[in-house]
Design a protein around this ligand. Structure first.
Ligand code: DMJ
Length: 459
């Protein structure tokens, strides 16, 4: 991985100075170059991080409007610095990265007597620590990742091999037997990479057994539902879609195949994407992916939302550029109908079903993948519009804040850690020089932490 080249920085230095002098309004009226757009996004990252440093230092997340902090559990697991660290490295923010690194290495401890959500800890912390290790090369990041991996492993101890939703980090006690495909199937990249980097095969084996057990319980027509009991293997909700609760299960089938070269994942991906395209793709009002009953394939609800907007990226990565481009057109329409995307949209009425905007990254992620795959400037143009409105509606005096309504643009006091890990990273990479990160040499986990196969892959 390489960082931004010197000459590029010289070219944008003048723009950065004008920005620092507070004349961003005047510049915003003119079409910006890609380099200038990248500087804007980098400045937004610094603004978000400064808010965290001032008002939430050492805690999980900043509350930007009340200038407070939020911890997910009785003690902080430093979600924002762990999630944001690799973005700092990619943006060349060396001072900020050094402070975040020191905080993490001095005070992050997983020896905690409380239950945590296995999925969230895996994608944010395990993924963040592994990519920190690969980019920064400090072995202490890998030791932290190994410690966390060991504490999460008891979650896989169900009869079926599918993980419980929660595990106590100190005692290993498990809870939450009713889980979903995303929480079961989105552990493979992180546990697999941990296994390859430490040489300990237990992590890869546990995560692969879980995915395989879930795939084996797909319906006769090849779909999965929204909830499954990991002890009995019985489905508890037959609602099938590509939205939250299922989304990254599909993403990881494809990416695990690519990252590890393991053909079993390739077979699971091929069979799953065929069923998704057959039963969930909905062509009646442009291309969308809606909801259907996993048993019959009958379409149920025409809902698509901010979380589903990752799907053009997955289609593009899987080589289906035609569907990816059409769906990206729908994602952009969803975004521009309200000036910013709603959490859930009824794509027949084009009315929001859930009105909030949670600073989510998926639409920008898809624009980035499509731009990298095709080189088509259209995707940067879409990205410009999305970045502009995002910065306009969500920037607060301290940090950035989620919206409770994309219709009224009313604000909600929240800045999730993925805003620094994902939203601003994808926005930046969309405009930064390709050499900033070798897109073809890495695989992003679902929290945008790049993983590089430095180990020998299967053919
Ligand atoms: C992130 O934590 C991950 O991208 C996850 O897969 C889905 N939700 C959020 C961002 O919206």
């Amino acid at each position: 991985m390489r960082f931004p080249v010197r000459t590029w920085w010289r070219r944008v230095a003048v723009f950065a100075l004008v920005l620092a002098a507070g004349d961003a309004g005047a510049l915003a009226a003119q079409p910006r170059t890609a380099a200038q757009e990248a500087v804007l996004v980098r400045e937004a990252f610094v603004h978000a991080w400064d808010g965290y440093v001032r008002y939430a230092w050492g805690h999980d997340e900043l509350l930007p409007l009340t200038r407070g902090h939020r911890d997910w559990y009785p003690a902080s697991l430093e979600m924002t610095p762990v999630d944001g660290f690799d973005t700092m490295l990619l943006m060349g923010l060396t001072r900020e990265a050094a402070r975040a690194k020191q905080l993490i290495l001095d005070s992050l401890s997983f020896d905690r007597d409380f239950p945590v959500q296995v999925f969230e800890l895996t994608i944010r912390e395990l993924g963040g620590l592994l990519s920190a290790y690969q980019l920064d090369r400090d072995p202490r990041f890998l030791e932290l990742a190994r410690d966390l991996g060991n504490r999460l492993l008891p979650a896989f101890g169900s009869r079926t091999g599918m993980p419980y939703r929660f595990v106590n980090l100190r005692t290993g006690a498990v809870s939450g037997p009713v889980s979903n495909p995303a929480e079961i199937g989105t552990l493979m990249l992180e546990f697999g990479a941990l296994g390859k980097l430490t040489g300990d095969p237990r992590y890869y084996a546990a995560a692969k057994r879980a995915v395989t057990a879930l795939f084996a319980r797909r319906s006769a027509i090849g779909l999965v539902g929204s909830a499954i009991n990991v002890e009995t293997g019985e489905w508890a909700d037959p609602d099938s879609h590509v939205s939250g609760g299922i989304d990254s299960y599909y993403e990881y089938l494809l990416k695990a195949w690519r990252l590890f070269g393991d053909a079993d994942f390739g077979r699971m991906w091929d069979s799953s994407i065929a069923a998704v395209n057959r039963y969930l793709a909905d062509d009646r009002a442009g291309l969308w992916y809606g909801h259907a009953d996993m048993r019959t394939g009958a379409q149920t609800r025409p809902y698509f939302g901010a979380l589903d907007a990752f799907f053009p990226a997955v289609l593009a990565k899987g080589g289906d550029l035609r569907r990816a481009a059409r769906l990206m057109g729908s994602v952009y329409r969803m975004w521009t109908t309200f000036g910013i995307e709603p959490e859930v949209l009824d794509y027949f009425t084009m009315q929001p079903v859930e009105t909030g905007y949670e600073l989510r990254p998926e639409a920008l992620e898809s624009a980035y993948y499509l731009f990298r795959r095709t080189g088509d400037r259209r995707y940067r143009d879409m990205g410009r519009v999305m970045v502009d409105s995002l910065l306009h509606y969500t920037r607060a005096e301290t940090g950035f804040t989620a919206l409770s309504s994309v219709v009224t643009k009313a604000r909600r006091d929240r800045m999730p850690s993925y805003f620094l890990a994902e939203t601003l990273k994808y926005a930046y990479l969309l405009f930064a020089p390709p050499a900033t990160l070798d897109f073809d040499a890495i695989i992003f986990n679902t929290e945008a932490h790049p993983l590089r196969p430095t180990w020998r892959r299967s053919p």
